[in-house]
Design a binder for this molecule. Structure first.
Ligand code: SF4
Length: 474
């Protein structure tokens, strides 16, 4: 069955939650800053290992926290107008983006985050060396035959400054492009920095963070844009987001219908109650959210249904770039495939998609290119067909990830990832790598798709022949 066939067969097949939906609404990770003010730097490290949980889905979910109190009086009628009025895009901005930056990390570490600082976004700064020039451009996937990217990231680094002068290098020197009609899957183990990278792109890092590099959304640098610009013109409108923990981003006292109708009104300009209602139901169908669940509140949804509600919300604005952070969490395999196929249709309509996932099967099904992240660095960036087929990954870690799949060797990568607060000087994968030599004491840079001193040689064509995403989805 082709992807197109799949889309036809699934778009009308609204069903009751599958087995995977019975997992329930995921509880917030205890290590995650609690709310937008959760980074209590003076009391506990505010390193968002699950930072995307601080990222609002779109205009509607941006409204969730601030609107919750007032919306409670509206909940009986689910009046979206009132809730929309409370959206933070119209609210006073608490904190401006800080453009004055520490000169370097050494200085930055002397500036511990202040207790009570609002968790919004860190300052732009120069944190570590950033490669530029033709080599970095090639490593990022840029090239004369590629269309102009929607998102162009160069040398993105994120540091968290902790009490006692400690520092966490969450993301280091990440460079990549995402073009219209392209899906780039960012994969890696939990805690490798994927979600922190997403939060950096949306300007939603804790106040004790420092960023460096550039992230151009067309002509706007997301790393230096001020909060009003991000809130009013970027989130939801130019960048749609499927957050990692959607239940935490939905206003508990409002129904899903209310969330969707408000977002439709704000982002599409559809006017009139009947038209809004129809548009909301169409939006829910796109994400396989069952119509007969639209009048439920977030606490009445399973994790899978909350995920689908978040996906529906993210697609409404028709943003040129969609950022999906673990969009298949909590879904059973059938719903994973259907969600991924819907996202792929969004890509095939000309949108760019950056999908963060540790679900390699989902990545294989949807991605045009794959970026593998380890210990905060992109260690491999290559075409999905070559990665999942032949010649396969070149980086030993990437290869280990694939070989850990049940349908392959089912052998886990030995050892554990390093702490991002105490990374070694050279290759961070060395303690787990059977190809390590003394050379690996020097940090490898990303060149010719891989950052490794001894990449795995390209094997002869084996059982996993070159596959295209279309092959996988068929
Ligand atoms: S640089 Fe060395 S230690 Fe790191 S992945 Fe390559 S071979 Fe292994």
């Amino acid at each position: 069955m082709t992807a197109k066939d799949a889309s036809t067969s699934t778009s009308t097949a609204v069903t009751e939650p599958g087995a995977g939906d019975a997992s329930g609404v995921p509880a917030p990770d205890a290590s995650v800053p609690r709310t937008a003010g959760g980074g209590e730097a003076g009391t506990a490290p505010s390193v968002p290992t699950d930072a995307a949980t601080d990222v609002p889905t779109n205009a509607a979910t941006e409204a969730s926290t601030d609107a919750a109190t007032e919306a409670s009086t509206d909940a009986a009628t689910d009046a979206p107008t009132d809730a929309a009025t409370n959206a933070p895009t119209d609210a006073p901005v608490e904190e401006k983006a800080v453009s004055a930056a520490p000169a370097d990390c050494a200085r930055a570490t002397e500036e511990p985050a202040r207790a009570g600082d609002p968790v919004r976004r860190g300052a732009a700064s120069t944190v570590g060396a950033t490669r530029t020039g033709p080599t970095a451009e090639a490593a990022a996937g840029a090239g004369p035959n590629r269309p102009a990217p929607v998102l162009s990231v160069r040398g993105l680094s994120v540091r968290f400054l902790l009490p006692g002068g400690r520092r966490v290098d969450a993301v280091s020197d990440a460079s990549f492009d995402v073009a219209p009609g392209e899906c780039l899957a960012l994969i890696g183990e939990s805690g490798c920095g994927k979600s922190v990278l997403a939060s950096a792109l949306l300007g939603l890092l804790p106040a004790n963070s420092r960023t460096a590099g550039h992230a151009h959304l067309d002509d706007l640098d997301l790393l230096t844009a001020d909060e009003p610009t991000l809130a009013r013109t970027v989130r939801g409108r130019r960048v749609g987001l499927v957050p990692q923990s959607p239940a935490a981003h939905l206003t508990p006292v409002r129904t899903i219908r209310s969330h969707i109708e408000e977002t439709v009104a704000r982002l599409t300009g559809v006017r009139g109650r009947a038209a809004r209602r129809k548009a909301a139901e169409q939006a829910s169908l796109r994400a396989e959210f069952p119509r007969d669940h639209l009048d439920r509140h977030p606490h009445e949804l399973s994790g899978g249904l909350a995920q689908r509600a978040a996906t529906a919300l993210a697609l409404i604005g028709d943003a040129p770039l969609l950022l999906a952070d673990e969009p298949t969490t909590g879904l059973d395999r059938d719903l994973v495939d259907r969600t991924v196929d819907e996202l792929r249709r969004h890509v095939d309509d000309g949108h760019a998609l950056l999908m963060i996932t540790h679900d390699l099967a989902a990545a294989e099904r949807i991605a045009d290119r794959v970026a593998v992240m380890y210990a905060g660095r992109i260690v491999e960036l290559t075409d999905a067909g070559a990665f999942f087929g032949s010649p396969g990954p070149r980086h030993p870690y990437s290869r280990g990830l694939l070989e850990a799949l049940p349908e392959r060797s089912f052998a886990p990568v030995p050892g554990l990832p390093p702490e991002l607060g105490s990374l070694p000087e050279g290759c961070a994968f060395a303690p787990r790598c059977d190809r390590a030599t003394d050379t690996c004491g020097a940090l490898p840079v990303l060149e010719n798709t891989v950052a490794c001193h001894h990449p795995v040689p390209a094997p002869a064509a084996g059982p996993h022949a070159t596959r295209t995403p279309e092959d996988t989805r068929a």
